[in-house]
Design a binder for this molecule. Structure first.
Ligand code: SF4
Ligand code: SF4
Length: 74
């Protein structure tokens, strides 16, 4: 995972269609034979494109550090 600020996970639904590889601007997914693999040293920006284009909803992307949302006190 290295220093990626976002964690990318894939479920068993993945059918190796390669759509995520075609849409990730950072090239985090690569085809290896019949399989599509997530690079060991991937660096994910959390853009969500792979999630959006995966036809079987196999990908989840979440921040390494939980995001805290503050509300302005009036
Ligand atoms: S787009 Fe989804 S189904 Fe296709 S290779 Fe990527 S994770 Fe697997
Ligand atoms: S969220 Fe964006 S940068 Fe991260 S793996 Fe998916 S397409 Fe690539």
């Amino acid at each position: 995972m290295g220093g990626s600020p976002f964690i990318v996970e894939r479920g068993p639904e993945c059918c190796n269609c390669c759509s995520c590889a075609g849409h990730c601007v950072r090239g985090n997914f690569v085809r290896e034979g019949d399989l599509v693999v997530l690079k060991q040293d991937y660096l994910c920006s959390g853009c969500g494109e792979c999630v959006k284009w995966c036809p079987v909803h196999a990908i989840t992307v979440r921040p390494v550090k939980p995001i805290t949302v503050y509300r302005k006190v009036r």
